[in-house]
Design a protein around this ligand. Structure first.
Ligand code: COA
Length: 259
């Protein structure tokens, strides 16, 4: 069905694997469109409670946007490239109501790190290397990297990473708070699956509301406390809330309908 990605579903978890290993999973236009489609399908699928995003092969998560595609672009085309990519994939993932865990299995550079940062949280294998090398190509990050990196690790560290175009390893990323855990390559997907499993047991409706409220921290001109009040209130009208509170009072495990 797709050319550059693989998808699978098991136990409430959809795994989306970027599968262009000969180009280190670099994001060309087609891959971005396919990822948009796959995220949309997973988000609309009532059986998908969590999405794991990873790269195929042992070397790369994603080695960036496909440089060969934009090398001859004009100013206008450059702007369109960034705008379209942010709309179709990076903002789309960040605002998805289904949680997305990025399992970074190798190089996450440029658009690759930006994609991992658009996910709701990240884990990485010990061989992973992360960076925003765009200024070494005479350009800047265009898929949200200048915004999300400072949000995640602070301005000074982000400025250093962006200006030096250097890479950090998984331990440094852990210390910076860019990733939540680091593990061996073999244990990466099992760890992602374990974390996803914990999430699947909770109310997917409440989790979607929590994503909206947390994301409001970073939206200009939006009062996040107000968004929290609205989302909190909305939960009281859901079947999940009735089931969750009832199950607690009846001293049993909740079985959320996801509505
Ligand atoms: N865009 C297009 N193609 C890319 C790519 C990218 N971002 N990253 C890697 N590739 C391709 C290479 O051109 C090469 O293709 P080829 O075999 O047809 O020549 C293939 O993937 C393997 O990459 P290679 O550079 O040979 O691997 P390496 O192990 O020597 O180096 C990297 C790995 C990640 C250090 C190196 O590929 C690299 O620097 N990539 C670009 C990273 C970058 O600047 N990303 C930001 C883009 S805005």
């Amino acid at each position: 069905m797709y050319t550059n990605i693989l998808t699978s579903q098991d136990n409430g978890i959809t795994t989306i694997t970027i599968n262009r290993p000969s180009k280190l999973n670099a994001l060309n236009k087609e891959t971005i469109q396919e990822l948009h489609a796959a995220f949309r399908v997973a988000d609309l699928d009532a059986d998908t409670k969590v999405i794991i995003l990873t790269g195929s092969g042992e070397k790369a998560f994603v080695a960036g946007a496909d440089i060969s595609e934009f090398a001859s672009f004009s100013v206008t085309e450059g702007q369109q490239l960034a705008a379209k990519g942010q709309e179709l994939l990076f903002d789309y993932v960040a605002n998805l109501s289904t949680p997305v865990i990025a399992a970074v299995n190798g190089f996450a550079l440029g658009g690759g790190l930006e994609l991992a940062m658009a996910a709701h949280f990240r884990i990485a294998s010990e061989n992973a290397k992360m960076g925003l090398p765009e200024v070494s190509l005479g350009v800047i990050p265009g898929y949200g990297g200048t915004q999300r990196l400072p949000q995640l690790i602070g301005k000074g560290r982000a400025m250093e990473m962006i200006m030096t175009a250097g890479m950090i390893d998984a331990n440094q990323a852990l210390q910076y708070g860019l990733i939540n855990y680091t593990t061996t390559q073999e244990e990466l997907i099992p760890l992602a699956t374990k974390l996803a499993g914990k999430i699947t047991r909770n109310s997917s409706i409440a989790i979607g509301a929590a994503i909206k409220a947390v994301n409001a921290v970073y939206e200009d001109g939006v009062n996040g406390y107000q968004v929290e009040i609205e989302q909190f209130g909305n939960c009281f009208g859901t079947e999940d809330f009735k089931e969750g509170t009832q199950a607690f009072l009846e001293k049993r495990k909740a079985n959320f309908p996801g509505k």
